[in-house]
Design a protein around this ligand. Structure first.
Ligand SMILES: Cc1ncc(COP(=O)(O)O)c(C=O)c1O
Length: 384
């Protein structure tokens, strides 16, 4: 097992410890550069706003091929501020998917909107455009496709439906930094895109962070005000806003990381290809479908496994950590009991929630580690 750390399992076999995500290597390689920028910030005592925040906004806007980027405190704030800036009001409905992290729908509700779920596509796990039109009512204002696991949703039909019904489209790109759909960057296709810089994301802060991307100058300036107590000029408040700013320490670290993001995404694609090659034609395993016009960034590499929980347990026995994204669909969460959506309403999402299994994925994962994970999966599924 080469240079990888090994130990002996309870069954007496040699196992390799594979974390689900390991940020330590990445942090080690960037430590000197980030610490030197942080030292300058400490010396200047300029912690809020300043050059690093505005430079991050310029550089991330350029990377996403949009005119404006507004750095905020989290991906959740990015979504919430977009909805508020778009003038969402009580009773307005927003269409999204039940297979996502709750932040997508929290932001809709917290901005005053009503959540309307549509079923996902069984191959990509993203919004199925074929289901969207039936969910539109006179109260619908927008559609929020989520580019889940780093794969953009099928945007052309979604944008077409939105245009036909005069709705806006906001991309939840929190898991899709620099992913592409037909050559267009995630976060550049709808009226706005929301990104998360949570530490575990493809580009993660050393704390919380997020960003709004848009080509709409008016929307960008509204989000800019909402993130800072509704003011564009200190103590002149046009509206009530929030404290949702991105701080200088995070912005400086994110600027360093942005330079490495394309290479990290490339490594994730290489790792995903290894998984795809080694796990193809394995009975009991379904691999993700990616259309040839999509450039995914594999925030997560998610397979479907029959007897998923038993597979995850058996992998754990071999010191392989896995994740579940997401084990309970949003419409069945206690938080959404008041929506009155019963089990069976979204059968594709519900079936996926029982079978989806996220395998270890990060840029520094080695070929040897991936081989060990795949060999273990083959062995385990054959036995189960
Ligand atoms: C799909 C999706 N939307 C929104 C968010 C919210 O981002 P944050 O954790 O930065 O608030 C996340 C992050 O976990 C996410 O995965």
């Amino acid at each position: 097992m080469g240079g990888q750390p090994c130990k002996i399992s309870e069954e007496g076999r040699q196992v390799m410890e594979i974390p689900f995500l390991d940020l330590k290597e990445q942090n080690r390689s960037l430590k000197t550069e980030i610490l030197s920028l942080w030292e300058d910030i400490l010396d200047s005592a300029r912690f809020i706003g300043g050059e690093h925040v505005s430079k991050l906004e310029e550089e991330y806007a350029r990377a996403c091929t949009v005119d404006y980027c507004v750095a905020v405190n989290s991906g959740t704030d990015a979504l919430r501020f977009i909805f508020l800036a778009l003038g969402l009001e009580p009773g307005h409905e927003v269409i999204t998917v039940p297979n996502t992290f709750i932040a997508t729908t929290e932001a809709i509700s917290q901005a005053g909107g009503k959540i309307a779920f549509v079923e996902i596509d069984p191959g990509t796990y993203n919004m199925d455009p074929a289901n969207v039109e039936a969910a539109i009512t006179s109260r619908t204002r927008g559609i929020v496709p989520v580019h889940l696991y780093g794969q953009p949703a099928d945007m052309d039909p979604i944008l077409h439906i939105a245009q036909k019904h005069s709705l806006w489209v906001v991309e939840d790109a929190c898991q899709a930094h620099l992913a592409e759909y037909k050559g267009q960057k995630a976060g550049s296709m709808g009226i706005a895109g929301a990104f998360s810089f949570y530490p575990g994301k493809n580009m993660g802060a050393c704390g919380e962070g997020g960003a709004v991307t848009t080509n709409d100058a008016d929307l960008a300036s509204k989000v800019r005000m909402i993130r800072d107590h509704g003011q564009a000029r200190k103590y002149f408040h046009d509206m009530e806003g929030y404290n949702g700013r991105c701080d200088a320490l995070q912005a400086a670290a994110l600027r360093v990381k942005l330079r490495h993001l394309p290479a990290w995404n490339e490594s994730r694609r290489r790792n995903a290809q290894r998984y795809l090659d080694m796990l193809k034609d394995i009975e009991g395993i379904i691999l993700p479908e990616v259309a040839d016009y999509i450039l995914p960034v594999y925030h997560l590499f998610v397979i479907q496994a029959y007897k998923r929980d038993a597979v995850a347990d058996a992998l754990k026995q071999r010191s392989i950590s896995t994740g579940l994204h997401y084990p309970i669909p949003l419409h069945l969460q206690e938080a959404y009991e008041h929506l009155g959506i019963s089990k069976g309403s979204f059968p594709v999402t519900e079936s996926c929630a029982e079978k989806l299994l996220s395998l270890p994925m990060f840029p520094e994962l080695t070929e040897e580690q991936i081989s060990y994970v795949c060999e273990s999966i083959v062995e385990v599924t054959a036995r189960l």
